[in-house]
Design a binder for this molecule. Structure first.
Ligand code: UTP
Length: 292
């Protein structure tokens, strides 16, 4: 490996977002607003807080709003300047100045593993993070920062996990393995199962949308056959990686919201808005006034 530091974060954003139709007919799911910021921005800020300084977004057709968002908005900024709205000008500029971004195109949505593979040339031979932008995580220490700290100790691929009870486990990739005696948040993975039947899940440790992967995953993905749904599954690639490398689960501290799902987005909106000084008190009073 040319570097052992996690400097690059990949954001797969080329999916169709069917769970959020009809809005996602013309708005990329990653651009849906959580309070007043697109959900992808929460992930980008998390990557920066974890020390990543190169962001790679995997896009596809209909996703140009993401590129426009992180670019300079010349007309808007001139207008705000002329009107003396300097606070709003600063808000707009802060987004375009936030980070160095690269884009790579996934021509067909052939799965998460395929999306990650599209970023191979931009990542090269070093460990990297993958952030699924629709998983928004509220945590005292940003989730990816917690994972980078664990990676600095183990130097092995790390998958963020959450305990999922009951039949909902069937919507996730699930880990088999044993708790690591040296760190209560780590889990030594012996196998992975994508979307098991409820009775067949090997544990209740479900993989969520944060990964740190070693570059060996790229060769494995190149030779992984298409899996469930005719897609190249990242989980299948990670299972292949297990043949040659250690892989760890990581039980992060924090709350995850599936903002790619309507109910998940509603819950995130309420919780994030309640924490804001400018919105929280009024929203709390409104919620209390509802006769539920
Ligand atoms: P999801 O399965 O949550 O996204 O993939 P989706 O397919 O867009 O959503 P639904 O299930 O139809 O509502 C997680 C992330 O991986 C990206 C998606 O854009 C999303 O951010 N993805 C998925 C790709 O970039 N390419 C793919 O082929 C599949």
């Amino acid at each position: 490996m040319t570097s052992t530091k996690v400097r690059k974060a990949i954001f797969p954003a080329a999916g169709f977002g069917t769970r959020f139709l009809p809005a996602t007919k013309s708005i990329p799911k990653e651009m849906l607003a959580l309070v007043d910021k697109p959900i992808i921005q929460y992930g980008v800020e998390e990557a920066l807080a974890a020390g990543c300084d190169q962001i790679v977004i995997v896009t596809g057709r209909g996703k140009s709003a993401i590129e426009d968002y992180f670019d300079i908005s010349y007309e808007l900024e001139c207008t705000l300047e002329k009107r003396g709205k300097l606070d709003l000008l600063a808000v707009s500029r802060q987004v375009s100045q936030m980070v160095r971004l690269s884009y790579v195109r996934q021509k067909e949505a052939l799965g998460l593993g395929h999306a990650v593979l599209m970023a191979r040339d931009l990542v090269g031979d070093e460990p990297f993070a993958v952030i699924l932008p629709d998983d928004v995580i509220d945590a005292p220490t940003p989730c990816l920062r917690q994972m980078v700290d664990a990676f600095d100790q183990t130097h092995s691929s790390i998958l963020a996990t959450q305990i999922i009870e009951g039949p909902a486990i069937s919507s996730y990739g699930v880990l088999d393995g044993k708790a690591d005696p040296s760190n209560p948040r780590l889990f030594n993975v012996s196998d992975l199962v994508e979307k098991p039947q409820p009775g067949d899940a090997p544990s209740n440790h479900a993989i969520i949308g944060r990964y740190i992967l070693t570059p060996a995953i790229f060769d494995v993905l190149e030779r992984t056959p298409l899996g469930a749904g005719g897609e190249l599954q990242l989980t299948d690639g990670i299972r292949g990686l297990l043949a040659t490398e250690k892989v760890c689960g990581f039980s992060f501290e924090g709350t995850r919201y599936d903002a790619g799902d309507k109910l998940g987005m509603l819950k995130a909106t309420v919780d994030f808005a309640l924490k804001r000084d400018d919105l929280g008190p009024q929203l709390r009073a409104y919620l209390k006034s509802l006769k539920l």
